[in-house]
Design a protein around this ligand. Structure first.
Ligand code: UDX
Ligand code: UDX
Length: 438
């Protein structure tokens, strides 16, 4: 099938690659000429394990290409995927201007029947909006259909998540159109659900809001654990063994960040508000998430004699989660900003997100490895749980720090071992726990 993918962010690029790898002819479009030039040179604009090889293989086999020319890409395709960003506005609503712009461009290039598939996360009703824009702006009386096909890929495991999704959601106006998109996904042999367009749009928001709820619930339990001397890791393990609950997305820490959960939960809250429903539960989920880094910084300040002024603090991990260089809504930004505002000197290390952090914090020192970030520091903060931080030589770190003080925002270390090594160790939901030593 001839496919066009508009927008080569995480979603568009990975989607385009996977469809070309399944044997389709795919043309990926981006309005950013630098991105297109990079992709044509075989360089990836984002870090995603396995992506470069996948792009190269399909470009070499001439099934995948990149262009800025959206008009001819749309004209030559049967199916057009919209994968442009929907970043949050200050109101919490998603910015729909890229989607609207995209729909107008598609309308202008509509030369024969096409299925327009929306993959961007968009509020319920967007399918109708896209349909209306195309109807109003098309230059020829050509037929088309609009489908919602939300993505559930996670950065860092985007290719695997696209090839092996738990489910494929196809929201279509009728069965015939749904079957056309279903055919595209059939080689993956994964469970599929066909719904109306509005329900598919809602499935995406409801799923992300529910996962955010699990995380905020776990973080709230962690806060109580700290107060009563319980260990959140054991509590979550015990809860997660109940199959009705499940252990996924119950890791306590600094809260959720990234380009989706914060934006999608705010957007769903706004949709509820606009429709006269007070989604109090989701409002609380968002508040708990905002509160986690604030509580953590307060705890750090208290443990450091009430102020960061004049102190040197090492920060391990900058990206919003491991295996990505994405800094969107990364907790490191909030934490470093608070440390700097209070007069601290910051030395930071991340395996791959340093270049994306430099423009945000040009004034801090970036180190070559975790050990250099810890050397001479009055405290070390773990913000992102990269694997390479889990098995560091903690004796070496202990001996090189000015004060052996660790704040672990992701619970990656064994508190008993660290305390035995001589550290004062603070974590989330298990700092005061009477941990079993054997
Ligand atoms: C995606 C989805 O679009 C978003 O709705 C979802 O919630 C998260 O994932 P992502 O792929 O990460 O976002 O988006 P982004 O990195 O912003 O990439 C979008 C791309 O589209 C950019 O490369 C941008 O240059 C391009 N674009 C944007 C166009 O080509 N045309 C436009 O009109 C707007
Ligand atoms: C998410 C969704 O998982 C994916 O289905 C959707 O399509 C896009 O948004 P992503 O943002 O890439 O994916 O990352 P994810 O692994 O879901 O993590 C999101 C945030 O939650 C991260 O900041 C992570 O640190 C945090 N998190 C995750 C927790 O704090 N605890 C957990 O148990 C899991």
């Amino acid at each position: 099938m001839n496919i066009c993918v508009i927008g080569t962010g995480y979603v568009g690029l990975v989607t385009g690659c996977v469809f070309s790898d399944l044997g389709n002819d795919v043309i990926c479009v981006d309005k950013n000429p630098e991105k297109v030039a990079m992709l044509r040179r075989g360089e990836m604009p984002i870090y995603e394990p396995g992506l470069e090889e996948l792009v190269k293989r399909n470009v070499d086999d001439k099934r995948l290409s990149f262009t800025e020319d959206v008009a001819s890409a749309v004209e030559n395709s049967e199916v057009v995927f919209i994968c442009v960003g929907t970043p949050p506005l200050p109101s919490g609503d998603p910015d729909m201007s890229f989607i609207q712009e995209c729909a107008k461009t598609i309308a202008a290039s509509l030369n024969r029947y096409k299925v327009i598939v929306n993959k961007s996360t968009v509020p319920v009703g967007t399918g109708d909006m896209v349909r209306e824009i195309i109807e109003t702006n098309r230059r020829r009386p050509v037929d088309f259909d609009v489908v919602s096909n939300p993505e559930f890929l996670r950065e860092g495991s985007a290719i695997k998540d696209t090839l092996e999704p738990d489910r494929i959601v196809i929201g279509a106006p009728n069965k015939l159109v749904a079957m056309k998109i279903l055919e595209l996904y059939a080689p993956l042999e994964r469970p599929m659900i066909i719904t109306d367009v509005a329900s598919a749009e809602m499935i995406k928001y409801a799923s992300n809001a529910f996962l955010a709820t699990k995380i905020s619930f776990a973080n709230s339990i962690a806060n109580i654990c700290d107060a009563v001397g319980a260990d959140v890791i054991q509590v979550i393990k015990g809860m997660g063994m109940d199959q009705r609950i499940g252990s996924a997305f119950l890791n306590a820490g600094l809260g959720y960040g990234g380009s989706c959960f914060p934006k999608d939960s705010s957007a769903l809250l706004r949709t509820a508000e606009k429709n006269g429903f007070d989604f109090a539960l989701l409002r609380a989920v968002i508040e708990v998430n905002k509160d986690m880094p604030i509580r953590f910084i307060d705890r750090m300040r208290t443990a450091m004699d009430g102020s960061f002024k004049g102190k040197t603090i090492g920060v391990l991990g900058l990206a919003f989660k491991p295996n990505t260089d994405d800094m969107r809504d990364a907790k490191s930004v909030e934490i470093i900003a608070s440390l700097l505002a209070d007069g601290a000197t910051v030395k930071a290390y991340d395996p791959i997100a340093i270049e994306n952090t430099r423009p945000i914090f040009p004034q801090i020192t970036y180190t070559k490895n975790a050990y250099d970030a810890a050397e001479g520091a009055d405290a070390l903060v773990i913000v992102t749980e990269w694997n390479e931080f889990k098995l560091l030589n903690m004796e070496k770190i202990h001996d090189s720090m000015a004060k052996p003080l660790i704040f672990d925002g992701r619970n990656i270390y064994d508190p008993v071992k660290l305390r035995r090594t001589g550290f004062e160790y603070h974590c989330v939901g298990r700092t005061t726990a009477q941990l079993l030593t054997r």
